[in-house]
Design a protein around this ligand. Sequence first.
Ligand SMILES: Nc1ncnc2c1ncn2[C@@H]1O[C@H](COP(=O)(O)OP(=O)(O)OP(=O)(O)O)[C@@H](O)[C@H]1O
Length: 269
Amino acid sequence: MGATISLNAISHRYKPGAATVLEAIDDQIKSGERVVLIGRSGCGKSTLLHMIAGLLMPSDGCVKIGGRQVTRPSAKWNMMFQKPSLYPWMNVRDNVGLGLLFAGAAKADIGERVDQLLEMVGLADKSRVNVQSLSGGQQQRVALARSLATRPDVLLLDEPFSALDAFTRAALQQEVVGICGEMGITLVTVTHDIDEAILMADRVLIMAQNPGRIESRLEVGLGWPRDPASHDFQQRRRALMDLFQHTDSVTPLPEKDRDGARLRRVSNG
Ligand SMILES: Nc1ncnc2c1ncn2[C@@H]1O[C@H](COP(=O)(O)OP(=O)(O)OP(=O)(O)O)[C@@H](O)[C@H]1O
């Protein structure tokens, strides 16, 4: 499993004559690679992720997955959002199995696959529980299991852990990276968080805004699992912070954002 993703000369305006949101985006993501898109709010990260998911077509250029142009969503490239968007009237296992049901899988196969997935995400004992009675982190695990059910080649995450507490977030970051590694899934994650980027990426694409573009790239070059307290992790974190600050300095920021940027720089050392 896994598939290459090529971003070919992508530019985008939401309407003819409107501002250019993305300009000349080019990148080749290898099969099984874990890539993080990072950048300031509004630089076009989600727009680009929606294009990879086939939810939005670029004005110019194209996305290819496994060499084929993406023109629509598919169960082979699944997207997970900040809010898990589960069906509140269903229990855990029915939510997880829904994609397989739509894909026409046999009931027995669905049951077996759902059991495996619930085991994988640590929710085997919650199988018959209604999803509304789960914590935010548990609901995200259900969404993760549902995303993995159709054995996707590509998993796309749009800030999926930002609403969770720090401990749950750290556990899920490591789990997702580990599961995608085991299954060979190509993983693209959007985040604002420098630590999350170093924790989850083989390679980080740093985006600048006005118009949105890839300003620089960082090969993280650390093994798995990663220890945020280690010297090497902290060294990569600083390298990414430097690139991020450089990107800020070449991008004129709106006045209202400047204090926030300065504060973040101070607090991140
Ligand atoms: N449906 C839309 N119609 C028109 N403009 C849009 C639409 N969606 C996003 N935009 C604009 O495109 C730009 C990029 O938005 P996008 O959500 O991709 O950025 P982002 O980097 O993901 O931001 P954030 O980190 O805040 O989620 C912004 O200026 C936004 O206002």
